[in-house]
Design a protein around this ligand. Sequence first.
Ligand SMILES: [Zn+2]
Length: 114
Amino acid sequence: MNENKKWDDSNDAMLDIIEGIEDSKEPQIPIKCPICNTYNAHIYMHRWKDGRGTIWTWCSKCKSCSHASRVNLPKWWENADFIDISELTAHPVFLEPKAAMADRHLSQLLEICN
Ligand SMILES: [Zn+2]
């Protein structure tokens, strides 16, 4: 990982990886990054009390990231207990150190829903 590189949220292709994992029978996690084509991309979502949600996607390698707010989250999504709301910022600065935990969380949810 390049520690000095800044997060780049200019490419919306990062959000497409969500459809990818939902369509795939055995999704590979970490997910393939559509920008640098390496398996270093992650997803985290948060469901708010009103039922709407925010989605973050980011790549640990090339530091491409994207987020979408006030969207309907997949039914299978459950918030993780290891992420505090204060850590949910536009750029995934607090999510990146917890990327492995986010990957495990996502894998477990996908296993349950399949
Ligand atoms: Zn990448």
